[in-house]
Design a protein around this ligand. Sequence first.
Ligand SMILES: [Zn+2]
Length: 117
Amino acid sequence: MEKNIPLEQAPPSYNSTQQQNSNLNQAQPLIVAQPQFVQVLPNVLGMVPSMATCPSCGVRRKTKVEFEPSTKTHLLAMLICLVGGICCCCIPYCSPTCQSAKHTCESCGAYVGTYKN
Ligand SMILES: [Zn+2]
């Protein structure tokens, strides 16, 4: 009654061939093709003057903020006019939080972006 089973000690080695194929796919050349627009950091604009890169002169510095009424401001004014009367409808135009902030470059005055809340 002697049974020698040596087959279980030698599993088929197909793992090594699969690893070689995956290494070949990772070796792709990096494509860096942005000759004109060098974006260093995205412009994160808010209600206050923010650090932004000017699209015109390329200088990164604090923007100048002007508040101007948006569609939401007019709608809010109409709503307040209906609810609170004609006297209160100018409140959204006086409050910066109800308007959109228009950012311009301090160097050249170019338009950078608008923050809408
Ligand atoms: Zn500029």
